[in-house]
Design a protein around this ligand. Structure first.
Ligand SMILES: C[C@H](N)C(=O)N[C@@H](CCCCN)C(=O)O
Length: 459
C-alpha cells in the first residue's frame, strides 16, 4: 500500500533535491563510462584490429549477463528484499570492477602478455584477447550500471512520488545525458596526441569511484528517512511483502507489457545507434574523428534541456501517452534522414536535433508512467523486468548493426567510406514498431484508465 508520509525529511524540498543530486551524479558517472568507447571505434579498428562486428559484439556484451543470467531480475528481487542502500552500494561496486577490467583490456600491460592474456588467447582465436577481456569487463559493468539505474528509479519514486516526480526523473536523466555528452566530446581528446585508448577509461574508473562516494551520502539521507518512517506509527509501510509470484503478475498486465515493448523498441533505436553514430558521422558526412563526437553530442545536449522541461510539463498537464507516440514518430523521421537522405551536413544536424526531441519526449513520459500502472511494492521488480526486456535489444542491436555494416560493405575499396544505409534501415524499422506499440499503449490506457494522460502531481 502506498504511504503518504507527513512532515518527514521527504517533505523538505532541499532534502529531496539534495538526494536527487547525489544519485544523478552517480548516473552521470555511469553513463560517461557506458559511452566512453563509442567515439573510439576508428582507433579500435586501427590500433586493436577490432572489426565493426567485433566492436558491435563488444557494445552488445553490456547486456549479455543481464539477459542470459537474468541479472536484472535478481537485481530487482534483491532491491525489493534487501533494500536500496545494500543493492545500490553492491552493484555500484560491480560496475567499478567491470569498468576496471574494461580499462585493463586496453592497456599495454595486458596486451603485452599481462595477467589473463595467454588464457584469453588460447581459444576463439579469431577474437583478440583485448576484445574478450573488454567484453568481460563491459558485461560486468552493464550489470552494475543497469541495477544502479533501477535502484535510482526506485529512489526517485521513494522521495518524489506525488510530488515533482517526472521533473526529478527528467533531471536525473539530464545528468546522465551529461555523462554521455562528456564521453562523446572529451573521450577522443583524452586519448592525447599519441592516441592512447586506455587514458579516457582510466579517468572513467576514477569518476565512477567518486560516484560511489556520492551514493554513500545518499545512503545517509535514506537511513534518516527510514528511521522517521519506522518511528511514525501513523504511517503504514509502503513495502508490501514481496513475492516471487509478483513477477509473473506483471506479465498479465497489458499496460506493463506495452511499456516494456515500447522501451525495448525505442531504446534499441537510440543506445545501439549512439555506439555507431560517431563513426557514421565520419563515414557518411565526412567529419573529422574528433569533431564527430561533438555532432553526436548534440543529442545529449538537447535532451539535457528538454527532458526536465517535458517532465515538468507532464507533472502539471499530463499527456504522457500522446507524447510517447509523438516521440516515436520523431524517432522514425530522424533515422530516415540518416538512412536515406544525401550526406549533407545540415541534414546531420537536423536529424540529431530531431532525435534529441524524441529522446526527451519518450523517456520523460515513459518512466514516470510505470508507477501509474504498477503498485509501489512491485516497482523494483517492474523496473527490473522492463530493463531486462530492454537489454535484449541493447544486446542484439549493436551486434546486428556491426554485422550488417561489415556484410553490406564487403569488397570495399581501400580508403573508401563505409555505407551505413542497411544498418540505419534497421533503426528505421525499430522506430516504426515503437510507434505501433505506443499507439496501442494509448488505446489500452483509455480502456483501463491508468491515467497516463493525467498530470503526475496530485492536487
Ligand atoms: C539503459 C537503461 N536501462 C535505461 O533505460 N536508461 C533510461 C533511464 C531510466 C531510468 C529513469 N529513472 C534512460 O533514458 O537513460
Amino acid at each position: 500500500m502506498t504511504a503518504q508520509l507527513k512532515e518527514s525529511i521527504r517533505d523538505s524540498k532541499s532534502a529531496r533535491w539534495f538526494v536527487l543530486i547525489t544519485v544523478s551524479f552517480l548516473m552521470l558517472t555511469g553513463y560517461f563510462f557506458t559511452d566512453i568507447m563509442s567515439p573510439l571505434q576508428g582507433m579500435l579498428r586501427d590500433q586493436m584490429g577490432w572489426s565493426n562486428s567485433s566492436y558491435g559484439t563488444f557494445a552488445g556484451s553490456y547486456s549479455v549477463l543481464n539477459v542470459f543470467c537474468l541479472m536484472l531480475i535478481f537485481g530487482g528481487i534483491i532491491l525489493d528484499k534487501a533494500g536500496i542502500r545494500f543493492t545500490g552500494t553492491f552493484f555500484v561496486g560491480v560496475m567499478i570492477f567491470g569498468a576496471f577490467l574494461n580499462y585493463y583490456a586496453m592497456t599495454d600491460t595486458f596486451n603485452n602478455g599481462g595477467l589473463g592474456y595467454e588464457f584469453l588467447n588460447s581459444f576463439l582465436t579469431d577474437y583478440k584477447p583485448s576484445l574478450k577481456m573488454a567484453m568481460i569487463g563491459y558485461a560486468l559493468f552493464g550489470v552494475g550500471v543497469e541495477i544502479a539505474g533501477i535502484t535510482v528509479s526506485r529512489i526517485i519514486v521513494k522521495w518524489f512520488k506525488g510530488k515533482e516526480m517526472a521533473l526529478a526523473m527528467g533531471l536525473e536523466m539530464a545528468c546522465a545525458r551529461g555523462g554521455m555528452l562528456i564521453a562523446f566530446t572529451a573521450s577522443p581528446f583524452m586519448t592525447g596526441a599519441d592516441k592512447v585508448i586506455s587514458r579516457p577509461l582510466a579517468f572513467g574508473v576514477i569518476l565512477l569511484i567518486i560516484g560511489l562516494l556520492a551514493f554513500f551520502v545518499h545512503n545517509m539521507m535514506d537511513k534518516k528517512l527510514d528511521a522517521e518512517v519506522a518511528a511514525d506509527e501513523t504511517v503504514e509501510s509502503s513495502e508490501d511483502e514481496f513475492k516471487i509470484s509478483d513477477v509473473f503478475l506483471l506479465f498479465k498486465n497489458p499496460g506493463f507489457l506495452l511499456i516494456a515493448f515500447l522501451c525495448v523498441l525505442f531504446y534499441s533505436a537510440i543506445f545501439p545507434f549512439t555506439k555507431f553514430a560517431p563513426d557514421l558521422m565520419v563515414q557518411k558526412y565526412g567529419f573529422a574523428e574528433e569533431f564527430s563526437g561533438w555532432i553526436v553530442g548534440l543529442l545529449p545536449i538537447g535532451t539535457m534541456v528538454l527532458t526536465p522541461v517535458f517532465g515538468a510539463f507532464m507533472d502539471k498537464k499530463g499527456k504522457s501517452a500522446s507524447i510517447m507516440m509523438l516521440g516515436s514518430l520523431l524517432l522514425i523521421f530522424s533515422h530516415v534522414i540518416f538512412a536515406y537522405l544525401p550526406s549533407n551536413t545540415a541534414f546531420a544536424f537536423v536529424a540529431m536535433v530531431v532525435l534529441g526531441f524524441a529522446f526527451s519526449f519518450v523517456p520523460a513520459a515513459m518512466w514516470p508512467s510505470v508507477p501509474k500502472i504498477i503498485p509501489e511494492s512491485r516497482l523494483g521488480s517492474a523496473y527490473a523486468m522492463i530493463f531486462m526486456i530492454q537489454n535484449v535489444g541493447l544486446m542484439l542491436f549493436p551486434m546486428l548493426l556491426g554485422y550488417v555494416l561489415d556484410q553490406s560493405n564487403q569488397g570495399l575499396a581501400e580508403g573508401a567510406s563505409l555505407d551505413y544505409t542497411s544498418s540505419m534501415t534497421l533503426m528505421v524499422g525499430c522506430g516504426i514498431a515503437a510507434l505501433v506499440v505506443a499507439f496501442f499503449l494509448r488505446v489500452v490506457d483509455k480502456k483501463k484508465g491508468y491515467g497516463l494522460d493525467l498530470p503526475n502531481i496530485q492536487k
